[in-house]
Design a protein around this ligand. Structure first.
Ligand SMILES: N[C@@H](CCC(=O)N[C@@H](CS)C(=O)NCC(=O)O)C(=O)O
Length: 219
């Protein structure tokens, strides 16, 4: 039995997508950011700080998306989605796994400020401005790389690309994407993948973004 603990439009989408790329059927257990279900002791036993994704597979439970990606690709090397020790792209592969979390942590900070703080603790304009610029800088770094090849690594699609699943559908809420032509073309290539489409159909409806774009306020 494979079971993914999941919130629509969150980092757990990375794993949902990777499982589809690998052809591994999974049961999805859904949570919400706002209904307290992540704080239940039953879930804390699975994910100690109450976060998704967590994956039950092969009689073990794993949390942290990067660790899950590593586990899945290392235990199923025949699928060719990881870059294992000894591979010429191993270091670049590990860098992208970490890069994805660096980028996601900026998005999480913007989400917290724009979506979850609200009154009586309004978001700080200077922090919003800084974080949007920092997110833009990560997209600029991707733009350069994606000008040279279609996927993050020169050899082609790999599990590191699935780590961008949450990032690239959240970033456009905070950064105008028109200046990142190569990133937009990359997103189109992602959207054309049958496994990605199947994962999006399974994902569920996001419940936190209430408008299409969040401007940096004056201040
Ligand atoms: N580094 C962790 C981050 C996991 C994480 O923060 N997930 C968010 C959803 S994107 C979450 O569960 N947040 C719930 C909370 O912060 O209470 C990973 O990559 O798995």
């Amino acid at each position: 039995m494979t079971r993914l603990h999941h919130i629509p439009f969150s980092r757990s989408f990375r794993i949902l997508w990777l499982l589809e790329e690998m052809g591994l059927a999974t049961e999805i257990r859904r949570y919400s950011l706002t209904d307290g279900s992540l704080r239940a002791s039953e879930f804390k036993a699975i994910s100690p700080v109450g976060r998704v994704p967590a994956l039950e597979i092969d009689d073990i439970t794993i949390y942290e998306s990067g660790a899950i990606v590593e586990y899945l690709t290392e235990t199923r090397p025949e699928l060719g989605l990881g870059r294992l020790p000894g591979d010429a792209e191993r270091v670049a592969y590990l860098e992208w796994l970490g890069f994805a979390e660096t980028q996601a942590s900026i998005i999480a900070s913007l989400n917290m400020q724009h979506l979850f703080m609200g009154d009586p603790t309004p978001a700080a304009p200077v922090v919003l401005k800084l974080e949007a610029a920092r997110l833009g800088a990560t997209l600029k770094a991707m733009e350069r790389v994606l000008g040279a090849h279609d996927w993050l690594l020169p050899s082609g699609f790999c599990a590191a690309d699935t780590m961008m699943g949450f990032n690239l559908f959240s970033a456009p809420y905070y950064v105008r994407m028109d200046r990142f032509e190569n990133v937009r073309a990359y997103v189109k290539r992602i959207e054309a993948r049958p496994a990605y489409q199947r994962a999006r159909a399974l994902d569920g409806v996001q419940e936190f973004y209430k408008k299409d774009f969040y401007e940096v306020p004056d201040g």
